[in-house]
Design a protein around this ligand. Structure first.
Ligand SMILES: [Cu+2]
Length: 183
């Protein structure tokens, strides 16, 4: 009897500590902005409007494809079309980097930089002097009916994640896989 409840308590404790550990910022992984560095992002930004077009449509709360596959050495021009009623994000990063960035996104919502239907401001200086940036090169926020673009040159093979980090969206399944195969 005592043994069982002790076990149950341990299980509860493990469950309680597991979630914050996942959500906590990962300084070893994330850049100071929390959006990932170029090694984590398997390449670097390319000139706007260049690259092979890969189109993805966004609705509530899903991407039109579960997986995008490209090759190392390719420049890809992601064209993200928002066919939904609400703002959605097209952002690619390792899952842990995106998870670390989501609390920041929640704060942006709280401060009114983004509303469910509109992107109000892309940068903001917080009362504590921290600067928030909604426009890192691997991320685009797209208002309903609009299209966002990212051109990116992939140089490394790997698998990362496409995610919409607007509060609640990733949690309801707004994610896809981005696979970069070796050249
Ligand atoms: Cu979304």
């Amino acid at each position: 009897m005592i043994k069982l409840s002790h076990l149950a308590a341990l299980t509860l404790l493990a469950a309680a500590t597991a979630t914050p550990a996942i959500l906590a910022p990962a300084p070893a992984l994330a850049s100071p902005e929390g959006h990932g560095n170029n090694a984590q992002l398997l390449g670097q930004p390319a000139a706007r409007g260049t690259g092979r077009v890969v189109r993805i449509e966004m609705t509530e709360n899903a991407y039109s494809v579960p997986r995008i596959q490209v090759r190392a050495g390719e420049t890809i021009r992601f064209v993200a079309v928002n066919r939904g009623q609400f703002v959605h994000e097209f952002s690619f990063a390792p899952a842990a980097v995106a998870a670390a960035h989501r609390p920041e996104m929640a704060r942006m919502f709280e401060h009114g930089m983004i509303t469910p239907e509109r992107v109000v401001s892309l940068t903001m200086t917080m009362p504590d002097g921290t600067r928030m940036d909604l426009a890192p090169p691997n991320t685009v926020l797209v208002e309903p009916g609009k299209t966002g673009e990212i051109s990116w040159r992939f140089t490394r093979a790997g698998t990362i994640e496409i995610a919409c980090n607007i509060p609640g969206h990733y949690e309801s399944g707004m994610a896809a896989e981005l696979v970069v195969t070796p050249r």
